[in-house]
Design a binder for this molecule. Sequence first.
Ligand SMILES: Cc1cc2nc3c(=O)[nH]c(=O)nc-3n(C[C@H](O)[C@H](O)[C@H](O)COP(=O)(O)OP(=O)(O)OC[C@H]3O[C@@H](n4cnc5c(N)ncnc54)[C@H](O)[C@@H]3O)c2cc1C
Length: 313
Amino acid sequence: MSAAVGDGESALGPVARAGGRETRRLKVSFEFAPPKTPEAEEELWRAIRRLEPLAPDFVSVTYGAGGSTRERTHRTVIRMLNETTLRPAAHLTCVEASRADVDEVIDDYWRSGVRHIVALRGDPPGQIGGVYRPRPDGYANATELTAGIRARAPFEISVGVYPQTHPESPSPAHDIEVLKAKVGAGASRAITQFFFDIDGFLRFADQIRKAGIEIPISVGVMPVTNVKGLGRMAGQCGIALPAWLTSLFEGLDKDPETRRLIAGSVAAEMCARLEEEGFSDFHFYTLNRADLVYAICRVLGVRETQPAKEALQ
Ligand SMILES: Cc1cc2nc3c(=O)[nH]c(=O)nc-3n(C[C@H](O)[C@H](O)[C@H](O)COP(=O)(O)OP(=O)(O)OC[C@H]3O[C@@H](n4cnc5c(N)ncnc54)[C@H](O)[C@@H]3O)c2cc1C
């Protein structure tokens, strides 16, 4: 039996409705971490090549704590620029760096042809949620960094936002004030920390719009395959893992295959639901693996639109 797209569509759930669409509605972006070893570099590049044909809006490369990956982040971003069809964004933080050091990195990116920076304060060295002490000669926070980048070159600037409230923040209202200041300083996109409380996110996004902030909000999506490992990190970031999520993984510690299937299904459902709520930009935390993110994008109706640059040569 076969059914044409659109047949009985109203009876389907949001995932099936997203998959059945003939035109692509979503913009996706993919976040990677700079690799530490030659083996990790190979794995990263396999992931990049697999995801490249999905024509993401942009890809981004994280910046390690305290600038520890400065060279590796730079190298990865420049290789993406030179060897792929992708538009890379470089993450940059203020941690333990003088303004002069950070400005040098910014200028270097501009000279190399990079046009997008994800501007972040960074976490206090040693522990997320500890007390952050800016260097007296450094940028104190992402607002100052955004203004600093804007003053040097017309980069596109993305900044972070926290639907479940930043661990150092006294309130969601404070987070919205900070976002407003970052937009005032020149940010043109907000990327959310990952979250699982969809209704809480919708209320938060509503408050952002009510505060007069109109820049696009990219929904940060973390496909969860290891709920125990993620739980520790999420706790430090002030992100609650809901009971429905942990219970889906109960008893599956030794069954990675089933955990991956569940991870794909949860993330796809979350994105499809948010798409129906009017969100169209999704930023995937890939953890340098392509297969799950690729499958989720396919489920959401994001298909290949171009061959990888490598295949063209
Ligand atoms: C999408 C995304 C990507 C990330 N990538 C990285 C990465 O690559 N490397 C990394 O180390 N970390 C990364 N992080 C984590 C981030 O560095 C931490 O969450 C950090 O603790 C806060 O960074 P921020 O840029 O949001 O801080 P900010 O926006 O600077 O906010 C931090 C604090 O500074 C204060 N503040 C900021 N602006 C103002 C202002 N105008 N007036 C008064 N107070 C102000 C606020 O009290 C706020 O609580 C990422 C986070 C996200 C959401």
